[in-house]
Ligand binder design. Sequence first.
Ligand code: NAD
Ligand code: DAU
Length: 350
Amino acid sequence: MKSKSILITGGAGFIGSHVVKLFVQKYPNYKIFNLDALTYAGNLENLKDIESKNNYKFIKGDITDEAFINKLFSEYRFDKVIHLAAESHVDRSIKDPLAFVKTNVIGTMILLNAFKETWKDNFENKLFYHVSTDEVYGSLGQAGLFTETTSYDPNSPYSASKASSDHFVRAYGETYGLPYVITNCSNNYGQNQFPEKLIPLFINNIINNKALPVYGDGNYTRDWLYVIDHARAIDLVFHKGVLGETYNIGGFNEWKNIDLVKLLCKQMDLKLNKPRGSSEKLITYVKDRPGHDLRYAIDASKINKELGWKPSVTFEEGLAITIDWYLSNDDWLNSVTSGEYQSYYKKQYN
Ligand code: NAD
Ligand code: DAU
């Protein structure tokens, strides 16, 4: 059997590195190419376990570099693409929206064009898998869930850029017959997440006895999913998803930020042998995020019923694994929080 050549973009980032590890380990007959620009969010340390495997190759490069991407496709003729590379942090998108348009919109277009030009004569057995977010649906009130047919209504420059890229993928399907699937997932957490996002940022601050900056009144709700369960869902949709379909992925696990932070504080006190209530004292309410979406909640019944996927760990279990990982990987945490992170943190929180 001819081995499949699969391009995974953004494979040095948080979710991408878990997807790369899963595919390299589970499918020795696939050749996995990881294309990543190694921005502040990309880290080859995340891939130490598999970097020397025969079926894995890392390529440093930028998806917005059209000539480079076209050359790469003509050289390797990737059969399938799993596209995760993106600017992914909402707060950064508020400060620098254009960077999000460049990578998330233009970068996706450049990949779509290269894929289309490579296979337009015969799309059989080819796939462009676009990894997206539930934020494209906008904000819910106190009730209701996002389904695959919820209208798009993005509120941040990040979610607007992801919504735009989703539309282009779908439009290439309609216009050129490009074979695609899209998944829209809720908030991920787990090992290797860059400490700009809520959970790793707060773990790092508790370790360093720093304030925990809760935006607004803390009554914002997110649905949280353990990253390895997201990677499992991507594996399933990649192999069994129906072309041209969208699947929502979520944890069936809604938390108000302030309740989540209190649970995290409790677990951290236990792990660090600190007196009960010490981490909670670090909670500090700060100025709200502009355009802050009140609530996200995913109806993941389609992927559950059609493909048999469901999360494998409870939130308490996933959070405990995550905290343990950060506590035993202080080298990783120290290296990603030096340099650029310090100036980002000052700009964002001071
Ligand atoms: P991340 O920020 O941790 O990683 C992004 C990766 O993309 C990094 O390795 C970075 O170096 C790379 N990258 C950025 N710009 C690039 C460019 N121009 N060319 C090549 N590589 C580039 O992001 P993440 O949290 O792992 O998210 C991955 C994908 O999943 C994104 O598309 C995001 O929108 C989506 N998503 C994330 C979540 C979440 O909770 N984190 C939830 C749903 C969907
Ligand atoms: O829903 C999926 C999305 O989840 C992904 O598409 C994004 O890439 C990912 O970043 C995440 O977006 P959020 O904005 O929901 O995640 P973040 O961790 O930044 O924030 C989670 C909640 O916590 C949100 O309501 C804002 C709040 N928050 C966040 C930070 C960083 C705080 O109160 N204080 C903080 O310092």
